[in-house]
Design a protein around this ligand. Structure first.
Ligand code: SF4
Length: 219
């Protein structure tokens, strides 16, 4: 599995080049973006991030002081603003209590307990928590989102209906524990998912077609 995953990665990198994920000027901005993009497309979340920046709220202490209605108004573009405002405040309160608002200490904590702690923050599902760990804290966690699971399952690298945790653990078990690799692999799987591997796979011109070896994608 390791060799195949690395071949897929190399083929995607050749086709799409560096993905420069995750967009964000600071680790905190990346974490905020990870919450804001829940259940919405990234451009909507990016508009909300820009609104927070314009309001000078992309700093943990300032955001935590905001009244919930004002915060919700600022992030309206991301959808479900009251829910996401509450989640941003909860995450930010956790971060302030845990590290004073810095992500640097999170780079040194034992990963397993840290991940469990983050998963205990209300409003953070595994995908959001892992995006924060990988992209904001540079920890070696694979974000096994729906794009990644669909591509890997169609290539029989994961069971057909593998859930998030099974997929994450499976990929992490077979690849070097390297945040840069997990970062780029996830971004590239999203790229091929958007370009070719949607609800109906369009394999003809896909950079991963070679790996099917003449077989149809698993369904
Ligand atoms: S479109 Fe086809 S070849 Fe491309 S990733 Fe999906 S299943 Fe694989």
């Amino acid at each position: 599995m390791k060799a195949r995953l690395l071949r897929l990665y190399a083929a995607l990198a050749r086709r799409y080049g560096p993905q420069h994920w995750w967009p964000g000027r600071t680790p905190y901005e990346i974490a905020v973006g990870a919450v804001l993009t829940q259940h919405t497309a990234w451009p909507n979340a990016a508009r909300a991030v820009a609104a927070l920046r314009a309001a000078r709220l992309l700093a943990p202490a300032r955001l935590a002081r905001q009244a919930p209605p004002r915060l919700a108004a600022a992030i309206r573009a991301a959808g479900t603003p009251r829910v996401k405002a509450r989640r941003l405040r909860t995450l930010t309160t956790w971060l302030l209590a845990r590290t004073g608002g810095s992500f640097a200490p999170l780079r040194r904590q034992p990963l397993g307990p840290l991940r469990r702690e983050l998963l205990g923050v209300p409003g953070l599902g595994p995908e959001t928590a892992d995006a924060i760990l990988l992209y904001a804290a540079h920890r070696p966690v694979f974000v096994a989102d729906a794009y990644a699971r669909r591509v890997l399952a169609r290539h029989r690298l994961l069971p057909r209906r593998a859930g998030y945790e099974e997929a994450r653990a499976g990929v992490e078990a077979h690849l070097p524990s390297d945040p840069a690799l997990f970062n780029e692999l996830h971004a590239l799987l999203v790229a091929v998912g958007k370009a070719h591997c949607g609800a109906v796979p369009r394999c003809d011109d896909c950079p991963l077609r070679f790996d099917l070896r003449g077989r149809r994608p698993a369904t």
